[in-house]
Design a binder for this molecule. Structure first.
Ligand code: GUN
Ligand code: ZN
Length: 431
């Protein structure tokens, strides 16, 4: 049994403050007590410390928040981030499909998966829902690398039988390989599986049906796909499925809409789709840097809130332009404001932590720094840059948090802890 204390300024938002303003929990001088990777107590240092005489305590400067949770990211695209010149469908053809074909090589998949998870840790991200490639071993590579780091990672082989030559599976291989992966990885480490049809345009009706059957057979897995990201994509979906009410209804007809479904983007949603998302409990992973980069548009926070749609935050690298969920939270503010809907910085922190955890069904384990949860947390440095130091000096908590989101990125991440162990240290001495 290893028990350790962490003293510092603690902040977490475990429920959406838009609906639960009392969900913001802040201890200016707090103590986290961690036993074997699990938080067993949290509170004001002066009050809590006497209950743990002799406790070894690390003093952490700056601000301690839950590890960030990326609700939508592509590990196989990391080397093709910042690829110039196209919107979604052309960008896929020109840059992304060729990049993903390289993952037929398991060694390439292993190397990239390890670099990817290190990049997450450098950015303070401790959990993620990840697109790999169509190759089953791309999931093995990611899960092996996640096991090595004891990270809470969810993923699943992409289904895309209508994909380009060299990157297409079949109805049968999609079913058999997904089924085998679910059975191989279930219950191992902190991993979870997501049935992952790429999007409506790359799967046949028969394959979408297989996706629905996999979900019905395995009630513990998630559904992860893209939804209503780009106008040309939406038009092509409407063309192929003329009887569907809207894009979401296409997925609904194959049994893919439920409370374990995570849809990336949702930039162009009908009110009907928002009503259906809310009643089903499905979630949207909002990806503001990607939506800006590919010219997709701005997520409509007002529409989502009016219908009570569950939301979280994703980077969507490689269409996304940063692995930093702090920076992504800053862009979410700007995207929301472009629709005259200012996003509160505490709510933005919620979206990047517990909000995404709810979408991924891991909110009982992580996202809130609450006793009983796993001790995944990040130490943020208010003085990471001279400008940030000046902007945060003598500022309120809300101002400091907002400045971290607008001005911050990976430079702000002093340390990242996985289950109470330092997994990334900016000074280069991770234990
Ligand atoms: N829609 C289908 N595939 C993709 C992808 O790889 N990235 C993004 N942003 N959207 C998609
Ligand atoms: Zn994506």
């Amino acid at each position: 049994m290893i028990i350790r204390g962490f003293r510092g300024e603690l902040l977490s938002v475990s429920r959406d403050p838009h609906h639960h303003p009392d969900a913001i929990r802040h201890e200016p001088d707090g103590l986290l007590v961690v036993e074997d990777g699990i938080i067993i107590a949290r509170g004001d240092y002066q009050t809590l410390a006497p209950r743990y005489p002799g406790l070894a305590i690390d003093h952490l400067s700056g601000l301690i928040v839950p590890g960030f949770i990326d609700a939508h990211v592509h590990y196989a695209q990391m080397d093709h981030i910042a690829s110039h010149g196209e919107q979604l469908l052309d960008w896929l053809d020109r840059h992304i499909f060729p990049a993903e074909k390289a993952f037929a090589d398991r060694t390439h998949a292993d190397r990239t998966a390890n670099l990817f998870l290190d990049e997450l840790l450098r950015n303070g991200t401790t959990s993620a829902l990840v697109f790999p490639t169509v190759h089953a071993h791309s999931v093995d590579a990611l899960f092996d690398a996640a096991l090595d780091r004891n990270m809470r990672i969810l993923s699943g082989k992409i289904l895309m039988d209508l994909g380009p030559e060299g990157l297409a599976d079949t109805v049968d291989s999609a079913r058999d390989e997904s089924d085998a992966l679910i059975r191989r990885w279930r219950g191992r480490g902190r991993l979870g599986y997501a049935v992952t049809p790429r999007f409506a345009l790359t799967s046949s009706d028969a394959q979408l049906q297989v996706a629905g059957a996999l979900l019905a057979d395995h009630p513990d897995v998630l559904l992860h796909t893209h939804l209503a990201e780009n106008l040309r994509e939406c038009a092509a979906v409407a063309d192929r499925f003329p009887t569907a009410h809207d894009y979401l209804d296409v997925y609904d007809r194959f049994g893919l809409v439920g409370d374990r479904s995570v849809f990336a983007h949702g930039v162009h949603l009908s009110d009907r789709a928002c009503t259906r998302l809310a009643e089903s409990g499905a979630g949207i992973a909002i990806c503001p840097s990607s939506n800006l980069f590919l010219g997709s548009g701005f997520f409509d926070f007002g529409q989502a809130d009016a219908h009570g749609v569950r939301i979280g935050l994703g980077t969507d690298v490689g269409a996304g332009t940063s692995f930093s969920l702090l920076h992504t939270a800053g862009l979410a503010y700007q995207a929301a404001l472009s629709r005259h809907y200012p996003l509160d910085p505490f709510r933005a922190l919620y979206l990047a932590t517990a909000g995404s955890a709810v979408l991924l069904h891991i909110d009982d384990r992580v996202g809130g720094l609450e006793p009983g949860q796993e001790a995944d947390f990040v130490q943020l440095d208010y003085a990471a840059t001279p400008l940030l130091a000046r902007r945060t000096a003598n500022a309120t908590l809300a101002d400091r948090l907002f400045a971290l989101q607008i001005l911050g990125d990976d430079r702000v991440i002093a340390r990242t802890y996985i289950m109470g162990q330092c997994a990334w240290d900016r000074q280069g001495i991770a234990s």
